[in-house]
Each structure stands twice: as C-alpha cells, then as structure tokens.
Design a protein around this ligand. Structure first.
Ligand code: CP
Ligand code: NVA
Length: 313
C-alpha cells in the first residue's frame, strides 16, 4: 500500500484537514491518552534550512507519543552530492517509520515522497508550509469557535510558502482570504496556487481576493496575518529593496483598527519587530503568536498519528 504524505494542503480534502484538527483538540486536551501511541516508531527530521519551532515541536511531539525523532542536518552530508536524493530516501525508508523534511525545493520533497515508502511530511519548502497552517487553523478555531464564514487578511510578501498554504487552508475550510501585497510576480502568490485555491473556495463558499491596497485587505477581517519579509530562502542582499517595497504592508495599530472588532493577529514566527509588524501589534492584546507556536505541537502530533495509522483507539 502506498503511504500517505502531507506535501501540500492542496492534496488534502477539507474533511481530512478537519479530522486532523479534531484529533489535535483531543491530543491537546488529554495528552496522556496518546503517550504510547507511537512506541518504537522513529521520525527522521531532515533540515536544509534553520528552524526553532519545527524542530522543537516535531521532536517533542515524538517524545510525547512514545516514539523517537532523529535530527539530521543536510549540511556536511552527502545528500544531492555523493548520494542522490532518491538513494537517500530509499535508505531512510528502510530505517525509519516517517520522514519530515524542511527543504528549499518542493521538487526534492516530492522525490523523497516518491522513493521513501514511508509517510513524508513537508516541514517547509519554498513553495508551502502545510504544518504551520494546520496549527494556525487549530488556533483560529480555538479563538473564534469556527472557521467557515470567517475572513482572514494576509499582508506582506505573498509569493511565499505560508501565504500559499494559507490560501489552500482557508479556501478548503470555508474561510475567506484577502491577500494584500505589492504588485508583480516577485510578491504575489503563484498563479497556480491562486487557481487551486479559487477552485476550493468555490466548493466551500469562501472568497479569495488579491489586492494591492493593504487597507482594503484588512477591512473587517477576523484574523490579520503576516510573515517575514526575508524568508529563509531570500538572499540577504535583497533586504533593503524588499523593505522599501513591503513597508506599506506592515501590520500596525492603524491597520488592526480597520479589522473586525476582536480580530486576532497572527505571525508564524520568526518575527522581526519594526518590519512585517510593529512591536505594539505583536506584543499587544490581539496577538496570539505564541498560542500559534504551541499549536504546532498538538497539530503535528495529530498529523503523525493519522499518517502512521494510529489515530484510532
Ligand atoms: N514557523 C516556523 O516554521 O518556525 P521555524 O522556522 O522556527 O521552524
Ligand atoms: N516564509 C517563512 C516562514 C518561516 C517559518 C520562510 O520561509 O522563512
């Protein structure tokens, strides 16, 4: 039987996404009930890029489920050099029960999934970051008691893994999403992502909007979300030019006032105060960024249980 993967939320139905969230609620409420579910199971965690939350939440999650996680940095390894990615995946699949990988290229992740023979989880590629958005949906549902019918505004760099996954996650769960970003292919979501998200939104009754007017994007939103202007894959020498172009999309208290009363502020972190949002917003009462970070743990524990077929008693 072919293993189930999570490479992008575009591949998952809304029912499958909601089932992970429901299980995550149970795992969060009663962690002891799941303490031995992944006994003797091993997760390989492959990293080409840095991480705090992804590494800690997967590693702690495996410990809490009775399993074990191996941290493997590709720096100084043979991957893609002396050893092909296919051979690496085939070897790993003989030795571990699942693989989580944080990579530059999404195609490399797809190659791992095609060859490993065990479930593969996207821990972030340049294209998407589905685990983050599972945690975000869990957080939004905790705070707002529903997903369908809400509206989320995303401001900032939108040719971006987090924006892409938000587009899929919102559209599939019936949340409208309004993306506010500079014009041009450098900053807008990929057209293929928009067309997949629009097709999903048509089914769920949500709306997908891209605007270059940040005020229009946040107007009446229940959730205001932003992400780094300098994603891990963006070269440092582009910083000054990007900051100048993205500055009008900074989430500040003026923009939060345009959102719905009681709107929450989210950032997947790492965050830079004074850049994608002001300190006043991220450190203010509407910010839920650390609940979001914690929910990585609960959402991913549920995801691993589903992928390893250990979600039922
Ligand atoms: N949000 C997130 O994925 O954080 P890390 O880069 O620290 O893993
Ligand atoms: N867009 C960001 C997300 C970090 C979790 C990046 O790729 O660096």
């Amino acid at each position: 039987m072919k293993p189930r993967h999570l490479l992008t939320l575009a591949d998952w139905t809304s029912e499958e996404i909601l089932a992970v969230l429901d299980l995550a609620d149970r795992v969060k409420a009663r962690p002891d009930d799941f303490a031995t579910r992944l006994a003797r199971k091993t997760l390989l965690m492959l990293f080409e890029k840095p991480s705090l939350r992804t590494r800690l939440s997967f590693e702690a999650g495996m410990t809490q489920l009775g399993g074990h996680a191996i941290y493997y940095s590709t720096q100084g390894s043979n991957i893609g050099g002396k050893e092909t990615i296919e051979d690496t995946a085939k070897t790993a699949g003989r030795l571990v029960d699942a693989i989580m990988a944080r990579l530059y290229s999404h195609e490399t992740l797809e190659k791992i999934a095609a060859n490993a023979g065990v479930p593969v989880v996207n821990g972030l590629t340049d294209y998407s970051h589905p685990c983050q958005i599972l945690a975000d949906l869990l957080t939004i549902r905790e705070k707002k008691k529903r997903l369908a019918g809400l509206s989320l505004a995303y401001l900032g760099d939108s040719k971006n893994n987090v924006t892409h996954s938000l587009l899929f996650g919102c559209a599939k769960t019936g949340m409208s999403i309004s993306v506010g970003c500079p014009a041009g292919p450098e900053y807008e979501p990929l057209p293929e992502v928009l067309s997949l998200a629009r097709a999903a939104a048509k089914k769920s009754g949500a709306r997908v909007v891209v605007t270059h007017d940040p005020g229009e994007a946040v107007s009446g939103a229940d959730v205001v979300y932003t992400d780094s202007w300098m994603s891990y894959h963006v070269p440092k020498d582009q910083e000054a030019a990007r900051v100048a172009i993205l500055k009008p999309y900074q989430v500040d208290s003026g923009k939060m006032k345009k959102a719905a009363p009681g709107a929450i502020f989210m950032n997947c972190l790492p965050a830079a105060r004074g850049y994608e949002q002001t300190a006043e917003v991220i450190d203010g009462p509407q910010s839920v960024v650390f609940d979001e970070a914690e929910n990585r743990l609960h959402a991913q524990k549920a995801l691993l249980l589903v992928l390893l077929g250990r979600d039922r008693d």
